[in-house]
Write a protein that binds this ligand. Structure first.
Ligand code: FAD
Ligand code: SF4
Length: 519
């Protein structure tokens, strides 16, 4: 059996970032990743393969609360979901770290204030090469430095949208974006600013993902080992149940065991909860670290809507994800509760529409699919969903994931949609806002697990949380969780930068614990 100082399970936003941070310490680090390297191939950039045929979506089967099977939109690769993500790298708002009243209840406070996370947000923005502009978004939290790279320029139709929003009294801003684009020196730019970024894979390695900027740099250090196609199936503990003694993985159809002084689970919110639940033993009969019965609970994934509007003039934008709007983040003129964030998503392409009923039935009789794509302006609307104990990951008799989820905060979700709809005339668009299911890669809402979070929340009270403030399990002295499971609430902006920043924060704690220096 091989032994390590640190074993990290999963190489996505949390695990991949942590690996990169710990690697220079010289400590022996093992990365166990269930997936393989994502192949660099022409299909990375083909809408039919990526959005219609779900080429990079795992064939996993999960079940809803009625026991109905579905295919979750989940990606098992080195780099995890960040291989496919849109790289919109937002900080949570300062207020998201406190208690916030919502239409359907309370979004709870985090055990640490924003100010404690701030330095790590700054480091994460540097590591993930975020482009942005401070000072445009009135809800923006305080920051200790500028963005490391200038904001991506809007293309003409999106600049028009920004101008029209400003003329209507709103505060559009340049979206924080993690792509390695050097607009001042395009011949040397890694990113070519193409139309196939958000939801696609970048074959150029120009997207700031956890493989390119976390795992690959980590592997330059001899003390770091990565085993791919290594699915961790169980964590075993010592006789007292006080620490993880062995990590059990399935590799090439056989079971292999590893020991680590520290074990970090970062398999994504649903799979981390699954692993802890599967690891029940005499000392932890309800699952590892689950004396509080909180493992798997408080699952959140944003009340999201992908919609398209039709511009009166053609929209020739190539890279559309450059604009955001947070004027309704905390309230609106007619609602005292938070509604959420509006941002652009990758531009529609005709092949993505095949099988999308609203587009075929509402628009296609009047517009051809190509014409719809030519005029489409595509938005992503995120409303916060609140952590509810009954919204949870559980396991069925076969040990498969059952996702029990009842939506909440639907009223603010509808109002956010209505707000955007009411603006369309002023934004030079036709009066339609049409749902986009292909962007969600699935028309079964619960299958859209891209923003999954919250199944092992951190907190100061072991009775109501799984992890302490350092993301160490309250009940085990060497078990940590650094994926989005730790979120006690999800806010209404994209989650990845917060997972990355937190991994750096936990990484600092681990280096101290290991008696190693920060690089
Ligand atoms: C299409 C898409 C677009 C997105 N766009 C954005 C965006 O623009 N901005 C943003 O902030 N967020 C975005 N997200 C969400 C973002 O990617 C996730 O929030 C983030 O990657 C979560 O990080 P994580 O570490 O929790 O999990 P992941 O990144 O999913 O990593 C989990 C890793 O664990 C591995 N794993 C799972 N089970 C096991 C096991 N048993 N053993 C070993 N390994 C295991 C997985 O293969 C994976 O590599 C998007 C996601 C998707 C899918
Ligand atoms: S826009 Fe840039 S980072 Fe995104 S897929 Fe295209 S080349 Fe890659």
């Amino acid at each position: 059996m091989s032994s390590y100082d640190v074993i990290i399970i999963g190489t996505g936003a949390g695990g991949g970032t942590l690996a990169g941070h710990l690697a220079p310490s010289g400590k022996r680090i093992l990365l166990l990743e269930r997936g393989d390297w994502l192949p660099r191939e022409p299909q990375n950039w083909l809408a039919q393969d990526v959005f219609v045929d779900n080429r990079y979506v795992s064939p996993d089967t999960w079940y809803d609360s009625q026991g109905k099977a579905f295919q979750p939109q989940i990606h098992y690769f080195v780099g995890g979901a960040t291989k496919l993500y849109g790289a919109a790298l937002y900080r949570l708002r300062k207020e998201d770290f406190g208690e916030l009243r919502h239409h359907d209840g309370i979004s709870p406070a985090w055990p640490i204030p924003y100010d404690e996370m701030e330095p790590y947000y700054t480091r994460a923005e540097t590591l993930y090469q975020v482009h942005g502009a401070r000072g445009e978004d009135p809800t923006e939290p305080p920051s200790s430095g500028p963005y490391p790279h200038p904001a991506l320029k809007h293309e003409p139709r999106i600049q028009q949208l920004a101008d029209d929003l400003e003329a209507a009294g709103y505060h559009p801003f340049h979206s924080p974006c993690g792509v390695m684009l050097d607009e001042a020196n395009m011949p040397y730019s890694t990113c070519v600013r193409c139309s196939n970024c958000d939801g696609f894979v970048c074959p150029l390695g120009a997207k700031s993902d956890a493989e390119v900027l976390g795992v690959r740099p980590a592997l330059k250090h001899d003390n770091v080992t990565l085993i791919t196609n290594a699915k961790v199936i169980k964590l075993e503990t010592n006789a007292a149940g006080s620490s993880v003694s062995e990590v059990v993985a399935e590799i090439d159809g056989a079971e292999q065991r590893f020991t680590g002084d520290i074990v970090v689970v970062s398999a994504g919110a649903a799979n981390s909860a699954k692993l802890l639940l599967l690891s029940a033993n005499d000392k932890h009969p309800n699952g590892l670290a689950n004396g509080s019965d909180q493992v798997g609970r408080n699952y959140m994934y944003h009340n999201s809507q992908a919609v398209l509007a039709l511009s009166k003039e053609p929209n020739s934008t190539v890279f559309q994800k450059t604009l955001g709007l947070n004027d309704f983040y905390f309230r609106s003129d007619d609602c005292e509760f938070p509604l959420g964030n509006i941002q652009m998503i990758g531009k529609s392409q005709a092949p993505m529409f095949h099988g999308e009923k609203p587009i075929e039935t509402i628009l296609a009789p009047m517009w051809s699919l190509d014409r719809i794509a030519e005029h489409a302006v595509d938005f992503w609307l995120s409303t916060e969903d609140l952590p509810m104990p009954e919204n949870r990951v559980a396991l069925n008799r076969d040990g498969d994931i059952t996702l029990n989820y009842t939506p909440n905060n639907d009223e603010p979700k509808k109002r956010l949609n209505a707000k955007l709809h009411s603006l369309l005339g002023q934004l030079r668009m036709h009066d339609h806002l049409v749902p986009r299911f292909a962007y969600m890669k699935n028309d079964i809402p619960v299958a859209g697990v891209a923003h999954q979070a919250g199944t092992c929340r951190f907190g100061s009270d072991p009775a109501s949380s799984v992890l302490d403030e350092n993301c160490k399990a309250h009940e085990l002295d060497n078990l940590y969780v650094v994926d989005t499971s730790f979120f006690p609430s999800i806010g209404a902006v994209n989650p990845a930068l917060t997972a990355m920043a937190n991994a750096l924060r936990v990484g600092e704690h681990l280096l101290e614990r290991l008696g190693a220096r920060s690089a």
